[in-house]
Design a protein around this ligand. Structure first.
Ligand SMILES: [Zn+2]
Length: 233
């Protein structure tokens, strides 16, 4: 009997060990992938059209200014009075790139080239050896225009002036956030744009711990929002 228990404990421990090694949990810490993935954010339902709206909370909003609904463009609640909800919890599949390389358009988790302790989640835009160019907010790889998920309201910020053309090395990828105004990514790194293949940890595949606010009896909690659990495309 005792041996049985010991064996069971060993098996469970081994499974946990292997499990945490193959699949790594991660919390989104910035609004750089907003609204695909939420970092710390504020949320409200538009009082006019009932659209559920979220705004990234990377910077303090202008005091006493309403948040605007992106759908009907009308003002909602005062943004800085909305509480901040923590970022999405993701699971990263570390085995995703054992047998293939990342594809264009795929969301990946990687260690930042300048700061390996920090993990970022961004979208792969450029592949090894490609020349990437950003012209008037449109992205080209080796001269061909790439469709991006941010095409709709992509306005190139002022820091696009200067270098807008980069050539990647033989094992380097070009990574951008879906929210270009808030994203620190291949466009802005002083050491160059490339994320080398060895820095890529894996592929986030599920938002397993989205959060929402609960306010029972005037108290305030962040609780898991199981209705927002979703696969990442
Ligand atoms: Zn609205």
């Amino acid at each position: 009997m005792r041996r049985l228990v010991e064996t069971a404990v060993c098996i469970v421990a081994a499974l946990l060990l292997v499990g945490t090694w193959l699949v790594e949990p991660y919390s989104v810490v910035s609004g750089s992938m907003h609204p695909t993935l939420h970092g710390p954010h504020r949320a409200f339902d538009c009082p006019h059209c009932l659209q559920a709206v979220t705004t990234a909370a990377d910077f303090a909003p202008i005091p006493d200014r309403p948040a605007y609904c992106p759908r009907c463009k009308r003002p909602g609640p005062i943004e800085d009075r909305l509480p901040i909800i923590p970022g999405d919890g993701l699971l990263v599949d570390r085995t995703a790139f054992w047998y293939r390389t990342p594809r264009r358009g795929e969301i990946v988790a990687f260690r930042l080239p300048a700061e390996a302790k920090k993990v970022a989640v961004k979208r792969i835009i450029g592949l090894p050896n490609e020349t990437i160019e950003i012209r008037h907010g449109q992205i080209f790889a080796d001269g061909l225009r790439i469709a991006t998920p941010v095409d709709e309201d992509f306005t190139p910020p002022a820091w696009y002036d200067g270098t807008t053309r980069w050539t990647l090395g033989p094992d380097e990828y070009f990574a951008l956030g879906d929210n270009p105004g808030l994203s620190d990514d291949s466009r802005t790194w002083p050491q160059g744009p490339g994320v080398s293949a060895q820095l890529i940890i894996g592929k986030p595949f599920i938002v397993h711990a989205p959060r929402r606010l609960a306010e029972p009896f005037g108290l305030r909690f962040h609780v898991p929002d199981i209705t927002a659990i979703r696969y990442i495309r």
